[in-house]
Ligand binder design. Structure first.
Ligand SMILES: C[S@@+](CC[C@H](N)C(=O)[O-])C[C@H]1O[C@@H](n2cnc3c(N)ncnc32)[C@H](O)[C@@H]1O
Length: 218
């Protein structure tokens, strides 16, 4: 394992942050997230998974950032994470919500090879990994939530993946600053039903989660 990986200090930071988010993760879940962080740190130079190199920043910017979105998935059952990259938010969500079935898709084979390795090493039976463009993915049954973080403008995210969403389903897009202009350019037939500001412990930057469903803009 990578030298300099102070598991106990990083684990404490993660436990404190997840408590501050109101989540009650078990010791086993926290341990799975630390295993994931360790794999991310170990394989980052090979797979080019994230520009964030500092381990405590990885806890904040990746693990806690993704955990902050977990409550928005309360009613979800089948989730697709589009452009999952190194597994954010999909892997974190899969650990926090083992009852969810989560599919992660990315076009880049080396990233999905990493995700397959994470699935195996963490024993995540609720994760499915697909390689390819979301536009070409077929799903039967469809997903009730489609999510993404740092993927694409909202209109492209919706246009490329709406064929995979169930009639009553929703998109949950993780964004940084309030995406006012993107929300004004949604494709016809889609409407923003909620924008929640997320308070990620220690981040000091804006985060929002945008819920979009079928329907006309008011
Ligand atoms: C900036 S990364 C974000 C990765 C991750 N969600 C995160 O927040 O760290 C965007 C990812 O989208 C993937 N991607 C781009 N176009 C795609 C498409 N049409 N279908 C699936 N994945 C795509 C890229 O390969 C890349 O890994």
């Amino acid at each position: 394992m990578r030298s300099g990986f102070d598991r106990s200090a990083l684990s404490q930071r993660l436990a404190d942050g997840s408590r501050a988010l109101g989540l009650s993760l078990s010791d086993a879940q926290l341990s799975q997230l630390m295993d994931y962080l360790q794999l991310l740190a170990k394989w980052n130079s090979v797979y080019n998974l994230t520009a964030v190199r500092d381990l405590s920043q990885m806890v904040t910017q990746h693990l806690l950032d993704s955990l902050a979105a977990v409550p928005a998935f309360a009613a979800a059952t089948r989730v697709l994470d589009v452009g999952a990259g190194g597994g954010l938010p999909g892997i974190v969500l899969a650990v926090a919500r083992p009852d969810l079935a989560i599919t992660l898709i990315d076009t880049v084979h080396k990233k999905t090879a990493f995700l397959t390795q994470v699935k195996a090493e963490l024993g995540l039976q609720n994760v499915t990994v697909k390689t390819g463009r979301v536009e070409q993915l077929q799903a039967d049954p469809p997903f009730d939530v489609i999510t993404s973080r740092a993927f694409a403008e909202l209109k492209d995210f919706i246009t490329w993946s709406s064929h995979l969403l169930s009639p009553d389903g929703c998109f949950l897009a993780l964004k940084g600053v309030y995406p006012r202009e993107e929300m004004e350019r949604l494709p016809q037939g889609w409407t923003v039903v909620e924008v929640v500001a997320l308070d990620v412990p220690g981040l000091g930057a804006e985060r929002h989660i945008v819920r979009i469903q079928r329907g006309e803009q008011q």
